[in-house]
Design a protein around this ligand. Structure first.
Ligand SMILES: O=C(NC/C=C/[C@H]1OC[C@H](O)[C@@H]1O)c1cc([N+](=O)[O-])cc(O)c1O
Ligand SMILES: [Mg+2]
Length: 214
C-alpha cells in the first residue's frame, strides 16, 4: 500500500538521524524535503530565524499551533532550558501519529506534550487541563485563517502576559492578511517582520514577531 508523505518523512528521520540527537532529526528532514519531496515544515532558512527568537525569549512555556510532522516542535524544544515545557496542538490524527515518533526519535518526549484536537476547542482548556498560567512564546503555524481568532482567544483566556511573544509562520505565503493587519495596527502589539522564503523554495515568505504589550 502507498505510503503518505508524513510516513516518508519519518522514514528519512529513522534512516538518517541519530536517536537522541534533535539537530540530526532537523537536518534529516530538511535534506529529505529539499532533495526528495517538498513538505510544509518551517524549514532551514526560516528555522534559523525561529532559533534566534527562541534563544532571545528563552521561554519556560511554549505553545505551538500546528505540529504537522514535528519539525519545528523538535527545533524549538532542542533550544529550551531544562524544565521548560512545549505544548503543541495538532488537529490531524495522521500527522500526530508521525509527529509523536519524530519527537521520540529526537528524545524530547519529556519537554513536549502533543495534544490532538482543534485549537479553538483546546485553547480555552489550557489552564485547567494542562496547568498553564501564561505562554512566554507562541509559534503559529496551523490553518492560516485560525491565526487571528486563536490570538484573540488566547487574549480572552488570559494566556498572554505583558511581553509574551507571538511568532507567526507564512504571513506572506500562503498568507495571513487579517492576522497581519491586526497585529500591525493594534496598540497592544509591537510587531516586526522577518523577511525570508517559503521553505525549500525561492518564493518570498516571512515570520512576523509580535510582542503582546498587555
Ligand atoms: O497550511 C499550512 N500549514 C497549516 C497546516 C494545516 C494542517 O495541519 C493542521 C491541520 O491538521 C491541517 O491539516 C502551510 C502551507 C504552506 N504552503 O506552502 O502551502 C506552507 C506552510 O509553511 C504551512 O504551514
Ligand atoms: Mg508554515
Amino acid at each position: 500500500t502507498q505510503s503518505t508523505r508524513p510516513q516518508r518523512i519519518l522514514g528519512a528521520v529513522q534512516q538518517n538521524a541519530t536517536r537522541g540527537d534533535p539537530r540530526s532529526v532537523v537536518r534529516a528532514i530538511d535534506q529529505y524535503c529539499r532533495n526528495q519531496e517538498w513538505a510544509m515544515n518551517v524549514g532551514d532558512e526560516k528555522g534559523c530565524i525561529l532559533d534566534s527568537v527562541v534563544s532571545e525569549v528563552n521561554p519556560a512555556t511554549v505553545l505551538e499551533l500546528g505540529t504537522y510532522c514535528g519539525y519545528s516542535t523538535v527545533r524549538i524544544a532542542s533550544l529550551l532550558p531544562p524544565h521548560a515545557k512545549l505544548i503543541t496542538l495538532e488537529f490531524n490524527p495522521e500527522f500526530a501519529v508521525i509527529a509523536r515518533q519524530v519527537i521520540a526519535w529526537a528524545g524530547l518526549e519529556d519537554k513536549i506534550q502533543l495534544v490532538e484536537g482543534a485549537s479553538g476547542d483546546l485553547i480555552p482548556k489550557m489552564k485547567e487541563q494542562f496547568g498553564v498560567e501564561t505562554f512566554d512564546l507562541v509559534f503559529l503555524d496551523h490553518w492560516k485563517d485560525r491565526y487571528l481568532p486563536d490570538t484573540k482567544l488566547m487574549e480572552e483566556c488570559g494566556l498572554l502576559r505583558k511581553g509574551s511573544v507571538l511568532l507567526a509562520d507564512n504571513v506572506i505565503c500562503p498568507g495571513t492578511p487579517e492576522y497581519l493587519e491586526f497585529v500591525r495596527s493594534s496598540p497592544r502589539y509591537e510587531s516586526q517582520y522577518f523577511k525570508s522564503h517559503l521553505e525549500y523554495t525561492k518564493v518570498e515568505d516571512g515570520l512576523e514577531k509580535s510582542v503582546f504589550l498587555g
